[in-house]
Write a protein of this length. Structure first.
Length: 201
């Protein structure tokens, strides 16, 4: 008879992923062992393996849960019947909210993507591309002339993500600057730039 899954199975997996994100961010994926993770979680190695078959599976969940949360937020906002500028503002605010408390996941995503097996890596990259496509589509609504300069469409979206993706390196959630206000400032800077800047021929 098949063993039934504990009611708190997913909760325990989530706790393991949270600890793994911190550990992988601090020591690197190769520098952190399952024994290290078990110690950080306060459980045995065998219990880790009850929830995850391999360390690479844990790494995948660290990254996938992060980018999937960003994608879910972006898709919901992109579907709203509001102006393109308002959608970009809303996405910026939601991204900033999700980045708060996820600095370790973001660091792991940026530093350890190549540590995933190719099939898993392409799932994460696929979600990243969907995120970029959403922002790119919004920017094309704001500046339709970008569509006539196809080499600049992707860079315009990547400039936005370049502004957002590195906030984990300097943003202190407990600092004097309110993260929501920082998101508002970021949206203002980017929108005023994209709305008024001359598009190079």
């Amino acid at each position: 008879m098949a063993r039934t899954q504990a009611a708190d199975f997913e909760k325990r997996r989530t706790a393991i992923v949270e600890q793994a994100a911190t550990l992988f961010a601090e020591r690197g994926f190769l520098g952190a062992s399952i024994a290290d993770l078990a110690q950080a979680c306060g459980i045995s190695k065998s219990l880790i393996y009850h929830y995850y078959a391999a360390k690479e599976d844990i790494l995948f969940d660290v990254m996938h849960s992060h980018v999937k949360a960003l994608l879910d937020a972006a898709e919901e906002i992109a579907a709203r019947r509001i102006s393109a500028s308002e959608r970009l503002r809303a996405i910026t605010a939601e991204f900033m909210r999700l980045y708060i408390g996820a600095a370790s996941r973001q660091r792991v995503l940026l530093n350890e993507l190549q540590s995933l097996p190719k099939s898993r890596r392409m799932i994460v990259v696929g979600i990243q591309r969907r995120l970029i496509n959403i922002v790119q589509a919004i920017l094309l609504e704001i500046r339709p002339e970008l569509s006539r300069h196809s080499p600049l469409k992707r860079p315009a979206a990547m400039l936005y993500f370049g502004m957002m993706n590195w906030t984990h390196t300097w943003l202190d959630p407990e600092g004097r600057a309110n993260p929501a206000k920082i998101a508002e400032l970021a949206a203002n800077i980017f929108l005023k730039g994209i709305e008024k800047s001359e598009i190079p021929e």
